[in-house]
Design a binder for this molecule. Structure first.
Ligand code: ADP
Length: 276
């Protein structure tokens, strides 16, 4: 009898412990969603007046200014740009974490997306005398169905980092097909290779976490928010792929990511589409 009573008490304790655990988990999930929603709303509210400030700064820059005043306007504009980037990153991250970032499904041309992404980094790389090259392997389907805007965002994040953390040498973007699934979706592998400062082994798995930077002085020295890779990881996963990195300190880094696309038509890159 004593034994039976003891087991009953244990079962009861276990039951209540389990119940408390489930409730705590639900509450945490709810709090996390509420936080994401709050961040999304806040970011939106901040972006509107910030755009006004930036717009007025642009108007001011077009007026007659002394060199001193011009410098002040330029510094203020750069700070505003940084703030806008940070707000946009926080908005994207909170949306994607709350599961509220819808993906487009449109027909697009892969070479066009690549061209547009590289264009954005051209000046930055030329200023640093870094060679920026791109290639699409022969046989890669070039007309696809997916979200070109989000794909471009991931590519730009990686290219921007590669150029930022490289002083001499080359940044190369390579694309090839790695598979076709039974349902017809094609898997493409994107590689962004650089000859930059590299990343220490013990940091490799952490840099995809939000606000993680290898060196806490990075933000001051290189600019950046520490959110780009966290967003890129979410986006690639949303697009049915994954993202990873290989790196050697002082030699360079290679970032890889895969994405699943619908086939737009049967047109493929004939010869290697290369430019740089
Ligand atoms: P941000 O670049 O804004 O700091 P990211 O999330 O894009 O944030 O990157 C996080 C960190 O990972 C960077 O601060 C840097 O320390 C490291 N990192 C990312 N890409 C590279 C790269 N190509 N070479 C060296 N370090 C990199």
């Amino acid at each position: 009898n004593y034994m039976a009573e003891n087991i009953d008490t244990k079962t009861e304790t276990l039951y209540f412990a389990n119940k408390a655990l489930t409730e705590a988990r639900d509450a945490a999930l709810e709090a996390s969603l509420a936080k994401s929603q709050f961040l999304a709303n806040m970011s939106h509210e901040i972006r509107t007046p910030l755009n006004v400030i930036l717009g007025m700064g642009e108007l001011l820059a077009e007026t007659q200014l002394t060199p001193e005043q011009e410098k002040h306007v330029r510094i203020s504009a750069a700070a505003g740009e940084n703030l806008l980037n940070l707000i946009n990153d926080i908005l994207d991250l909170s949306k994607v974490e709350a599961g509220q970032l819808p993906l487009e499904r449109t027909r697009f041309s892969l070479p066009e997306v690549i061209e547009k992404s590289c264009e954005l980094l051209l000046i930055k790389s030329q200023v640093k005398s870094i060679r920026l090259t791109q290639s699409i392997a022969p046989g890669t389907p070039v007309n696809l169905i997916g979200d070109p805007v989000r794909l471009r965002q991931v590519i730009i994040n990686l290219l921007d980092n590669a150029v930022k953390f490289t002083d001499t040498g080359e940044v190369a973007l390579e694309i090839r097909q790695t598979g076709t699934r039974e349902d017809g979706l094609v898997e493409l592998l994107f590689t962004v290779r650089d000859t930059g400062i590299g990343i220490p082994q013990d940091m490799l798995e952490h840099i995809f976490e939000r606000f993680t930077q290898v060196d806490s002085s990075n933000t001051r020295r290189y600019g950046g928010t520490g959110l780009g890779l966290a967003i890129s990881r979410h986006l690639t996963e949303l697009m049915g792929g994954r993202i990873w990195v290989e790196s050697t300190v002082e030699k360079g880094s290679s970032f890889y990511f895969t994405v699943l696309f619908g086939p737009g038509d049967s047109q493929c890159a004939a010869t290697s589409l290369e430019s740089g």
